[in-house]
Write a protein that binds this ligand. Structure first.
Ligand code: NAP
Length: 298
Protein backbone atom coordinates (compact mmCIF):
# COMPACT_ATOMS: atom_id res chain seq x y z
CA UNK A 1 0.00 0.00 0.00
CA UNK A 2 1.28 3.45 -0.89
CA UNK A 3 0.84 6.31 1.48
CA UNK A 4 -0.10 9.73 0.26
CA UNK A 5 2.94 11.82 -0.66
CA UNK A 6 4.10 13.90 2.22
CA UNK A 7 3.17 17.51 2.65
CA UNK A 8 5.65 20.32 2.24
CA UNK A 9 8.55 20.89 4.57
CA UNK A 10 6.94 24.05 5.84
CA UNK A 11 3.75 22.23 6.81
CA UNK A 12 5.73 19.51 8.53
CA UNK A 13 7.91 21.90 10.47
CA UNK A 14 4.80 23.62 11.79
CA UNK A 15 4.01 20.45 13.72
CA UNK A 16 7.40 19.88 15.26
CA UNK A 17 10.32 22.00 16.24
CA UNK A 18 12.73 20.58 13.69
CA UNK A 19 14.29 23.54 11.90
CA UNK A 20 13.48 23.21 8.21
CA UNK A 21 16.14 25.47 6.86
CA UNK A 22 17.39 25.18 3.32
CA UNK A 23 20.70 23.75 2.22
CA UNK A 24 23.66 25.11 4.14
CA UNK A 25 24.39 27.86 1.71
CA UNK A 26 23.32 31.01 3.52
CA UNK A 27 24.50 32.63 6.73
CA UNK A 28 20.86 33.09 7.68
CA UNK A 29 20.30 29.34 7.58
CA UNK A 30 23.35 28.71 9.75
CA UNK A 31 22.30 31.40 12.22
CA UNK A 32 18.80 29.95 12.39
CA UNK A 33 20.22 26.55 13.29
CA UNK A 34 22.48 28.01 15.94
CA UNK A 35 19.59 30.00 17.43
CA UNK A 36 17.51 26.81 17.51
CA UNK A 37 20.30 24.92 19.24
CA UNK A 38 20.77 27.67 21.82
CA UNK A 39 17.05 27.77 22.57
CA UNK A 40 17.17 24.12 23.69
CA UNK A 41 17.94 23.24 27.27
CA UNK A 42 21.38 21.76 27.83
CA UNK A 43 19.75 18.36 28.41
CA UNK A 44 18.23 18.36 24.93
CA UNK A 45 20.96 17.10 22.65
CA UNK A 46 18.48 16.87 19.78
CA UNK A 47 15.57 18.98 18.65
CA UNK A 48 12.64 17.43 20.58
CA UNK A 49 10.19 15.40 18.51
CA UNK A 50 6.86 15.42 20.31
CA UNK A 51 4.18 16.18 17.77
CA UNK A 52 3.89 13.27 15.36
CA UNK A 53 0.90 14.51 13.36
CA UNK A 54 1.86 14.34 9.68
CA UNK A 55 5.37 13.11 10.45
CA UNK A 56 6.75 10.31 8.31
CA UNK A 57 8.79 7.56 9.95
CA UNK A 58 10.60 4.59 8.40
CA UNK A 59 11.18 1.74 10.85
CA UNK A 60 13.62 -0.87 9.60
CA UNK A 61 13.33 -4.24 11.36
CA UNK A 62 9.85 -3.68 12.72
CA UNK A 63 7.85 -6.82 11.90
CA UNK A 64 7.95 -7.91 15.56
CA UNK A 65 9.10 -6.83 19.01
CA UNK A 66 10.31 -3.33 19.84
CA UNK A 67 10.23 -2.07 16.25
CA UNK A 68 6.62 -3.13 15.74
CA UNK A 69 5.49 -1.71 19.10
CA UNK A 70 7.25 1.52 18.26
CA UNK A 71 5.58 1.70 14.84
CA UNK A 72 2.20 1.17 16.53
CA UNK A 73 2.88 3.85 19.14
CA UNK A 74 4.04 6.34 16.52
CA UNK A 75 1.00 5.62 14.36
CA UNK A 76 -1.31 6.07 17.36
CA UNK A 77 0.38 9.43 17.95
CA UNK A 78 -0.42 10.53 14.39
CA UNK A 79 2.69 9.64 12.39
CA UNK A 80 2.61 7.95 9.02
CA UNK A 81 4.76 4.86 9.38
CA UNK A 82 6.60 2.72 6.88
CA UNK A 83 7.45 -0.67 8.32
CA UNK A 84 10.23 -2.81 6.85
CA UNK A 85 11.55 -6.30 7.58
CA UNK A 86 11.60 -9.62 5.75
CA UNK A 87 8.51 -11.24 7.18
CA UNK A 88 5.19 -9.44 6.51
CA UNK A 89 3.13 -11.44 9.01
CA UNK A 90 1.58 -9.17 11.59
CA UNK A 91 2.13 -5.98 9.59
CA UNK A 92 0.52 -6.55 6.21
CA UNK A 93 -2.98 -6.87 7.64
CA UNK A 94 -2.48 -3.72 9.69
CA UNK A 95 -1.20 -1.88 6.60
CA UNK A 96 -4.20 -3.07 4.56
CA UNK A 97 -6.58 -1.50 7.08
CA UNK A 98 -4.77 1.76 7.73
CA UNK A 99 -3.67 4.16 4.98
CA UNK A 100 -1.13 5.63 7.40
CA UNK A 101 0.77 2.36 7.55
CA UNK A 102 2.91 1.10 4.71
CA UNK A 103 4.65 -2.27 4.51
CA UNK A 104 7.90 -2.48 2.56
CA UNK A 105 9.57 -5.88 2.55
CA UNK A 106 13.31 -5.52 3.01
CA UNK A 107 16.33 -7.63 3.83
CA UNK A 108 18.94 -5.26 5.24
CA UNK A 109 21.74 -7.54 4.09
CA UNK A 110 20.83 -6.84 0.47
CA UNK A 111 22.45 -3.51 -0.52
CA UNK A 112 20.36 -3.09 -3.68
CA UNK A 113 17.10 -3.61 -1.79
CA UNK A 114 18.08 -1.05 0.84
CA UNK A 115 18.99 1.56 -1.78
CA UNK A 116 15.87 0.90 -3.88
CA UNK A 117 13.53 1.02 -0.87
CA UNK A 118 15.03 4.24 0.47
CA UNK A 119 14.87 5.84 -2.98
CA UNK A 120 11.22 4.86 -3.43
CA UNK A 121 10.26 6.16 0.02
CA UNK A 122 12.11 9.43 -0.42
CA UNK A 123 10.48 9.92 -3.82
CA UNK A 124 7.17 10.00 -1.91
CA UNK A 125 8.44 12.75 0.40
CA UNK A 126 10.97 13.39 3.15
CA UNK A 127 11.44 10.98 6.05
CA UNK A 128 11.37 12.83 9.36
CA UNK A 129 12.69 9.89 11.36
CA UNK A 130 14.45 6.67 10.40
CA UNK A 131 14.62 4.01 13.12
CA UNK A 132 17.05 1.13 12.67
CA UNK A 133 15.66 -1.73 14.79
CA UNK A 134 16.77 -4.78 12.79
CA UNK A 135 18.54 -7.16 15.10
CA UNK A 136 19.94 -10.65 15.34
CA UNK A 137 21.06 -12.42 18.51
CA UNK A 138 22.43 -15.82 19.36
CA UNK A 139 24.36 -16.41 22.56
CA UNK A 140 27.94 -17.34 21.82
CA UNK A 141 31.10 -17.87 23.87
CA UNK A 142 34.67 -17.96 22.63
CA UNK A 143 34.99 -21.58 23.73
CA UNK A 144 32.58 -22.50 20.91
CA UNK A 145 33.44 -19.81 18.40
CA UNK A 146 31.29 -19.84 15.26
CA UNK A 147 32.61 -17.47 12.61
CA UNK A 148 29.55 -17.71 10.39
CA UNK A 149 27.34 -16.62 13.28
CA UNK A 150 29.73 -13.81 14.21
CA UNK A 151 29.57 -12.46 10.67
CA UNK A 152 25.78 -12.83 10.53
CA UNK A 153 25.45 -10.58 13.61
CA UNK A 154 27.71 -8.04 11.97
CA UNK A 155 25.72 -8.17 8.74
CA UNK A 156 22.32 -7.54 10.32
CA UNK A 157 23.14 -5.47 13.40
CA UNK A 158 25.90 -3.24 12.09
CA UNK A 159 26.36 -3.39 8.32
CA UNK A 160 22.59 -3.15 7.80
CA UNK A 161 22.58 0.10 9.77
CA UNK A 162 25.44 1.41 7.63
CA UNK A 163 23.54 0.56 4.47
CA UNK A 164 20.38 2.30 5.67
CA UNK A 165 22.30 5.39 6.79
CA UNK A 166 24.13 5.49 3.47
CA UNK A 167 20.79 5.32 1.67
CA UNK A 168 18.94 8.04 3.61
CA UNK A 169 21.62 10.50 4.70
CA UNK A 170 22.34 12.33 1.42
CA UNK A 171 18.70 13.39 1.11
CA UNK A 172 18.57 14.45 4.78
CA UNK A 173 21.75 16.46 4.31
CA UNK A 174 20.37 18.14 1.22
CA UNK A 175 17.33 19.42 3.14
CA UNK A 176 19.19 19.82 6.45
CA UNK A 177 16.60 17.99 8.53
CA UNK A 178 15.59 14.54 9.67
CA UNK A 179 16.56 12.24 12.53
CA UNK A 180 18.29 8.84 12.62
CA UNK A 181 17.74 6.61 15.64
CA UNK A 182 19.75 3.40 16.11
CA UNK A 183 18.58 0.51 18.29
CA UNK A 184 21.69 -0.52 20.13
CA UNK A 185 21.79 -2.31 23.50
CA UNK A 186 23.22 -2.16 27.00
CA UNK A 187 24.93 -5.40 25.91
CA UNK A 188 27.29 -3.17 23.92
CA UNK A 189 28.37 -1.07 26.88
CA UNK A 190 30.96 -3.56 28.12
CA UNK A 191 31.98 -7.12 27.36
CA UNK A 192 29.65 -9.77 28.77
CA UNK A 193 29.67 -13.57 28.76
CA UNK A 194 27.55 -15.02 25.92
CA UNK A 195 27.83 -11.72 24.08
CA UNK A 196 30.74 -12.65 21.81
CA UNK A 197 28.71 -12.23 18.60
CA UNK A 198 26.08 -9.68 19.66
CA UNK A 199 27.91 -7.32 22.04
CA UNK A 200 30.59 -6.00 19.66
CA UNK A 201 27.98 -5.15 17.00
CA UNK A 202 26.05 -3.11 19.55
CA UNK A 203 29.20 -1.40 20.81
CA UNK A 204 29.91 -0.47 17.21
CA UNK A 205 26.40 0.90 16.73
CA UNK A 206 26.69 3.08 19.82
CA UNK A 207 30.06 4.36 18.69
CA UNK A 208 28.60 5.01 15.25
CA UNK A 209 25.71 6.98 16.74
CA UNK A 210 28.08 9.12 18.82
CA UNK A 211 30.19 9.95 15.80
CA UNK A 212 27.18 10.60 13.59
CA UNK A 213 25.82 12.95 16.23
CA UNK A 214 28.97 15.03 16.30
CA UNK A 215 29.13 15.21 12.51
CA UNK A 216 25.45 15.96 11.98
CA UNK A 217 24.34 18.10 14.92
CA UNK A 218 25.05 21.35 13.09
CA UNK A 219 23.61 20.03 9.84
CA UNK A 220 20.05 20.11 11.19
CA UNK A 221 19.96 16.31 11.53
CA UNK A 222 19.19 14.60 14.83
CA UNK A 223 20.84 11.36 15.94
CA UNK A 224 19.88 9.18 18.88
CA UNK A 225 20.89 5.78 20.21
CA UNK A 226 18.41 3.55 22.00
CA UNK A 227 19.81 1.27 24.70
CA UNK A 228 17.15 -1.05 26.10
CA UNK A 229 17.69 -3.47 28.95
CA UNK A 230 15.72 -6.72 28.65
CA UNK A 231 12.52 -6.54 26.57
CA UNK A 232 10.20 -9.51 26.07
CA UNK A 233 10.41 -10.16 22.31
CA UNK A 234 11.17 -13.07 19.97
CA UNK A 235 14.84 -12.05 20.22
CA UNK A 236 15.04 -12.68 23.98
CA UNK A 237 12.64 -15.67 24.01
CA UNK A 238 15.66 -17.95 23.60
CA UNK A 239 17.25 -16.75 26.88
CA UNK A 240 17.44 -19.57 29.42
CA UNK A 241 17.85 -17.31 32.46
CA UNK A 242 15.53 -14.99 34.38
CA UNK A 243 15.90 -11.62 32.75
CA UNK A 244 16.17 -8.82 35.32
CA UNK A 245 13.87 -5.78 35.00
CA UNK A 246 12.14 -7.32 31.96
CA UNK A 247 9.71 -4.95 30.23
CA UNK A 248 7.20 -5.30 27.39
CA UNK A 249 7.78 -3.99 23.86
CA UNK A 250 4.98 -1.47 24.46
CA UNK A 251 6.81 -0.10 27.51
CA UNK A 252 9.97 0.11 25.43
CA UNK A 253 8.12 2.02 22.72
CA UNK A 254 6.75 4.47 25.28
CA UNK A 255 10.28 5.10 26.58
CA UNK A 256 11.52 5.72 23.04
CA UNK A 257 8.78 8.23 22.27
CA UNK A 258 9.50 9.93 25.58
CA UNK A 259 13.21 10.06 24.75
CA UNK A 260 12.59 11.59 21.33
CA UNK A 261 10.11 14.08 22.85
CA UNK A 262 12.77 15.15 25.34
CA UNK A 263 15.44 15.51 22.67
CA UNK A 264 17.63 12.84 24.27
CA UNK A 265 20.64 11.34 22.54
CA UNK A 266 21.05 8.27 24.77
CA UNK A 267 17.58 6.77 25.32
CA UNK A 268 18.11 4.02 27.87
CA UNK A 269 15.56 2.09 29.89
CA UNK A 270 14.37 0.77 32.24
CA UNK A 271 16.39 3.09 34.47
CA UNK A 272 16.19 0.70 37.46
CA UNK A 273 18.43 -1.57 35.38
CA UNK A 274 20.38 0.69 33.05
CA UNK A 275 21.60 3.08 35.76
CA UNK A 276 23.31 0.17 37.53
CA UNK A 277 24.92 -0.86 34.25
CA UNK A 278 26.13 2.69 33.73
CA UNK A 279 27.85 2.46 37.11
CA UNK A 280 29.42 -0.86 36.13
CA UNK A 281 30.75 0.87 33.04
CA UNK A 282 32.89 3.10 35.22
CA UNK A 283 34.58 0.31 37.16
CA UNK A 284 38.20 -0.64 36.47
CA UNK A 285 38.58 -4.08 34.84
CA UNK A 286 40.07 -5.45 38.08
CA UNK A 287 36.63 -4.96 39.69
CA UNK A 288 34.41 -5.30 36.61
CA UNK A 289 35.42 -8.83 35.54
CA UNK A 290 34.91 -10.53 38.95
CA UNK A 291 31.66 -8.66 39.56
CA UNK A 292 30.18 -9.81 36.23
CA UNK A 293 31.30 -13.36 36.95
CA UNK A 294 29.64 -13.18 40.36
CA UNK A 295 26.32 -11.85 38.94
CA UNK A 296 26.12 -14.14 35.91
CA UNK A 297 27.85 -17.22 37.27
CA UNK A 298 29.67 -17.46 33.90
N1 NAP B 1 14.65 -7.48 23.27
C1 NAP B 1 15.63 -6.98 24.00
O1 NAP B 1 15.76 -7.25 25.19
C2 NAP B 1 16.59 -6.01 23.37
C3 NAP B 1 17.49 -5.37 24.23
C4 NAP B 1 18.38 -4.48 23.70
C5 NAP B 1 18.37 -4.21 22.34
N2 NAP B 1 17.49 -4.85 21.54
C6 NAP B 1 17.54 -4.53 20.11
O2 NAP B 1 16.27 -4.06 19.71
C7 NAP B 1 16.09 -4.31 18.31
C8 NAP B 1 14.76 -5.01 18.12
O3 NAP B 1 14.85 -6.30 18.71
P1 NAP B 1 13.62 -7.06 19.34
O4 NAP B 1 14.00 -7.45 20.70
O5 NAP B 1 12.37 -6.31 19.11
O6 NAP B 1 13.68 -8.40 18.49
P2 NAP B 1 12.77 -9.00 17.35
O7 NAP B 1 11.35 -8.98 17.76
O8 NAP B 1 13.41 -10.30 16.98
O9 NAP B 1 12.96 -7.95 16.15
C9 NAP B 1 14.03 -7.97 15.27
C10 NAP B 1 13.56 -7.36 13.98
O10 NAP B 1 14.65 -7.36 13.06
C11 NAP B 1 14.18 -7.82 11.82
N3 NAP B 1 15.25 -8.39 11.04
C12 NAP B 1 16.11 -9.39 11.36
N4 NAP B 1 16.93 -9.66 10.34
C13 NAP B 1 16.59 -8.80 9.35
C14 NAP B 1 17.06 -8.59 8.03
N5 NAP B 1 18.07 -9.32 7.51
N6 NAP B 1 16.49 -7.62 7.28
C15 NAP B 1 15.47 -6.88 7.78
N7 NAP B 1 14.98 -7.03 9.02
C16 NAP B 1 15.53 -7.98 9.79
C17 NAP B 1 13.12 -8.88 12.18
O11 NAP B 1 12.20 -9.07 11.14
P3 NAP B 1 12.23 -10.25 10.06
O12 NAP B 1 12.73 -11.48 10.75
O13 NAP B 1 10.81 -10.31 9.61
O14 NAP B 1 13.13 -9.77 8.97
C18 NAP B 1 12.44 -8.18 13.34
O15 NAP B 1 11.45 -7.30 12.85
C19 NAP B 1 17.29 -5.17 17.90
O16 NAP B 1 18.25 -4.35 17.30
C20 NAP B 1 17.82 -5.70 19.21
O17 NAP B 1 19.19 -6.00 19.13
C21 NAP B 1 16.60 -5.76 22.02
Amino acid sequence: MRMKPNTSHAALSAGMAIPKVGPQTSDAATMARHAQAQARSWLQLNVPMANWQGRRVWLVGASTGIGLACAQALRAAGAQVVVSARNPQGVQEWAAQDAGVQWRALDVSDPDQVQATARALQADGPLDLVVYAAGYYRAQRATALNLEELLQHDKVNYQGALRVIDAVLPEMLSRQSGHISLLSSVAGWRGLPNGLAYGPTKAALTHLAETLYMDLQDQGIGVSVVNPGFVETPLTAQNQFTMPALISPEQAAREMLKGWAQGQFDIHFPKRFTLWLKLLRLLPYRLYFPLVRKFTGL
